[in-house]
Design a protein around this ligand. Structure first.
Ligand code: CMC
Length: 427
């Protein structure tokens, strides 16, 4: 097949360079820049990497204009309706839906790894009681490399797989321990007789003094939330995991880097910020109008939390599903209906506002997720931890894919140097 190319002409000297065009299964093509510097003497400049494809990936596809999200080809709404979180984990990791025997083997492997080394409990107890759960999570996941160094050879595919299983299995245990430590509650051991999501709820909310009663409605809501957060292509935290991992860093260190990146309010921290914003409207005399006016004011750093997305220039399909979940389950979960109604009003006000229309700013996944998490009794400072727990499978799937990619090299961008010209040290 003949290569498709694009010609770049340098108007300063009239030289032309042929650049190869690369195409994927879906989505816009990319201009390959691999020979650019050698042939032209130029790098590219793309702050925020919004025009840069950093890798080839077969895990997740997003069409931001149409609001489409596919995992391994399967639409997110179908996965949310028909699949389970653990099945989606298998799909992301291995590329196909599991056969029945593959799934039962995978589930039992994950169950075998749900406990953590006893010293990890001591490790978590070393944090101040009022430490933010994300601070504990980022530290503890990084520290896993000091507990599980029996399988840290990144060049060994079996080691990589064991680490992936450990991360998926242990994140709920560690996340619940961060919460329990913060609340001064005893740590609960995992219970492998219940499902992945139910086990997490039990470790979060059970007390040793009495039997824990599961809520199927809450488990269903959390299962769907976990599926919706499982992966999202080359976002900031996933790219961070790939970049950290590209130097050969071990998987636990790489995922800890991803958790740190997720923490910021422009990324996974937005779900917490949305509830703060809605409560401010509810309680502090701010109105929808003043909130929107502040978000549009370029002299005010405030942004409407839960709105806008680098890739989606339409409704985030995950936000649509979570809004539907709120409509369906909020009453059964005894959730905060007035807060949800306020969120709907705010969404409606932005849809009718020129500023938001022109910039194609729609609700993203974080806009409604806090409302469901609150209805599940998850405290606000645990929201981003929940996101990290669900996203761990996406991060580790990308880390595994990177290690199987023959084109993988250390990630090392360049810069436009704007400092002093060369000068001599005073004699
Ligand atoms: N409120 C008000 N204005 C906004 C918002 C917002 N939430 N988001 C973007 N804009 C404006 C922005 O000021 C800019 O306007 P102008 O063209 O006049 O300068 C224009 O829209 C384009 O914004 P941008 O900053 O160039 O877009 P970006 O792709 O760099 O940023 C974003 C994407 C998600 C960081 C941003 O929309 C934002 O800060 N949103 C609020 C935080 C949030 O909800 N984050 C969750 C993201 S989705 C889940 C996740 O990744 O974890």
């Amino acid at each position: 097949m003949t290569k498709k190319t694009i010609t770049l002409t340098d108007n300063t000297n009239g030289n032309s360079t042929e650049l190869e065009l690369l195409e994927g299964t879906h989505g816009p093509g990319c201009i390959s820049l691999s020979g650019l510097y050698k042939e032209t003497g130029y790098f590219t400049y793309d702050p925020g990497y919004s025009m840069t494809g950093s890798c080839k990936s077969s895990i997740t596809f997003i069409n931001g204009e149409e609001g489409i999200l596919l995992h391994r080809g399967y639409p997110i709404d179908q996965l949310a309706e028909k699949s389970s979180y653990l099945e989606v984990c298998y799909l992301l990791l291995y590329g196909a839906l599991p056969a029945e025997n593959e799934f039962s083997e995978f589930s039992s492997t994950i169950k075998n790894h749900t406990m953590v080394h006893e010293n990890i409990r001591d490790f978590i107890n070393g944090f101040r009681y009022d430490a933010h759960p994300m601070a504990m999570l980022v530290g503890t996941v990084g520290a896993l490399s000091s507990f599980y160094h029996d399988s840290l050879d990144i060049n060994n595919p079996k080691h990589r797989e064991i680490s992936a299983h450990r991360l998926i299995a242990k994140l709920p245990t560690i996340a619940s321990y961060c919460y329990r430590h913060h609340r001064g509650l005893p740590f609960m051991y995992p219970d492998n007789n219940v499902g992945y999501v139910e086990n997490f709820m039990q470790m979060m909310f059970a007390v040793p003094a009495q039997e824990y009663v599961h809520s199927p409605v809450a488990a269903k809501a959390l299962e769907i939330m976990m599926i919706l957060h499982a992966d999202h292509e080359q976002n900031a935290s996933t790219s961070t995991v790939r970049l950290a991992g590209s130097s050969g860093a071990n998987p636990f260190a790489s995922i800890a880097a991803g958790i740190a990146s997720l923490w910021g309010p422009a990324h996974g921290g937005a779900n917490e910020a949305v509830i703060n914003m809605l409560e401010a409207i509810e309680q502090s005399g701010e109105t929808i109008e003043t909130t929107i006016a502040r978000a549009k004011d370029k002299n005010d750093p405030f942004r409407l939390m839960g709105f806008g997305h680098r890739v989606y220039k339409n409704f985030d399909p995950r936000a649509k599903i979570i809004a539907g979940l709120c409509h369906e389950l909020l009453a059964d979960l005894d959730g905060d209906q007035p807060l949800f109604n306020l969120a709907l009003e705010l969404e409606q006000a932005t849809l009718n506002d020129e500023y938001f229309q022109e910039r194609k700013l729609y609700p993203n996944v974080d806009f409604y997720s806090g409302i469901i998490l609150r209805a599940l009794n998850i405290p606000m400072n645990m929201f981003t931890v929940m996101f990290a727990m669900a996203r761990t499978v996406g991060w580790i799937s990308h880390w595994m894919e990177m290690h199987n990619d023959p084109e993988y090299r250390i990630g090392r961008p360049r810069q436009i140097y704007t400092g002093h010209a060369k000068r001599d040290y005073p004699s």
